[in-house]
Design a protein around this ligand. Sequence first.
Ligand code: ADP
Length: 556
Amino acid sequence: LCNGKPLPDQLARLTAVLLPARMAGGIRTRTARFLGVMAIFTLVNGGVLSFIGLQYGAVAPDARGVVATTLWIVFFALLFVSGVAAWLLVLALESRRVAEEETARQTGMLMEEIEAHERTDAALQKAKEVAEAANVAKSRYIIGISHEIRTPLNAIFGYAQLLERDTSIRNPDGVRVIRRSAEHLSNLVDGLLDISKIESGLLRLTRDKVRLVEFLDQIVDMFRLQAAAKGIQFHYDRPAYLPAFVHTDQKRLRQILINLLSNALKYTAQGHATLRVRYRSQVAEFEVSDTGFGILPEDMERIFEPFERGRTASARAVPGTGLGLTITRLLTRIMGGEITVASTPGQGSVFTVRLLLSEAQSGPDDPPAAKTIHGYAGPRLRVLVADDDPDHLALIQNLLRPLDFLLFTARDGRECVELARECRPDLALLDISMPRMTGWEAAAALRDLDMPRLKIMMVSANAHDYTPGRAAAGGEEDAPSVHDAFIVKPVDMDVLLDRIGTLLGLEWLYAPAAPAPAALPDTAPATAKPHLEALWQLGRIGHVRGIENKLRELEG
Ligand code: ADP
């Protein structure tokens, strides 16, 4: 009858046919189930009671009527009880099924959501990697192109300055425009190079031991003079205690302070500028305040973005590239510090830089107090310099010859090796990219000349040329290196002398302390003295732009 299928299912199909179509499927299924369960109960009850009736009928045929009546009563009672039980059972089964279905549905939805999140995460990660790669590529591209632009730009800038001095020139205004534009462009290229180097992670911080008090005094001296020249007062407020030595990247800290102090003077027409220094728990706070034009509230964040400048009319009138604060903030951040600004338009601004400058103990590695090297103890040493750039050759000659080194110069790698055979130098300074034979090849050839005492220092304009332990062009990575030291152009003279001293084991002889500004030559006219002092201070801290501006001002 059931055609091999479970009875409740068969009944469900039957009720589906019998019940009106408009009754919902849920009710139909429920009724079918109920009927199915009832049918089973009824069959079981009926079967058991019929069996009992038959048994009694066989044993006591007289009581058959009474037994039948009793069994019918029991049957209907059981039918009623079974009905209730079946209905409860159906409802329980159904609510369990509904709960299970709901749980499965929710789980399914959750799984889908998790998968969607995973897909979004993967897409975001990929987009981030692509963006980072593009950013690094952009920075490298800018670095490459900036180097290319800088060389011809320097030539334009240099010749424009020469032409400006030429009184016979027919269009002096045009030359001035060329000079100013070249200057603006070279500032821009320098700024872009700095930003790209920081962003692409090429900028490596050094951990110098800095004489903090002297370092700050030098900067303050310079800006005091600049402020005086502009008719602005300059205040320096430092705590009674400052550590004698701190660890930091001296060049970058100087760049940060020079940028902020230059801005304070640049954007202040009258009043004063102040550098306030605080030092507590290894944290230094440099506060640069001024009574200048101030910054509009809506510009406060924008001015730290590249090429963005303040929108006050007075600030707009001052020329600038809009890169100084970007570089300052990037440098502050990579040094682990923070920079904040507060300003009231028309009243002035306060820039505050907080940096961790851990105090350093005095020891044998103390940086020398500002002393001038004027020679070395012991016999005269021979130095061979090879470079195809005549300016660089002249620079090294001018530095080393007065210190009593015997100098030999070569314009390319081959000439250098030939000269070395004759002069047998103690030290060779080799530029890496030279015509005919690279610095690396020349260094390898020098190593074959049987000069055990020879020290070789590689010099390159490109820090990427440096491969630690490099043997020679194409040499084995683990072969002994052909060079003893590496230095990057533009050469920092103090660093160069320091390296030479270490390589050759020299004991430097120092000149008596540099003359105080007051002791400038008496022959100088009194009117020249403040200017000489200003130039001297600028030279001491190596602020090249400051020197250029000062010279231009003098020329004017
Ligand atoms: P630049 O000075 O070459 O324009 P910066 O990045 O150093 O570039 O400064 C961005 C802008 O922030 C400046 O153009 C100026 O409007 C504003 N600014 C910076 N420092 C000061 C200051 N001390 N007072 C007023 N405005 C300032």
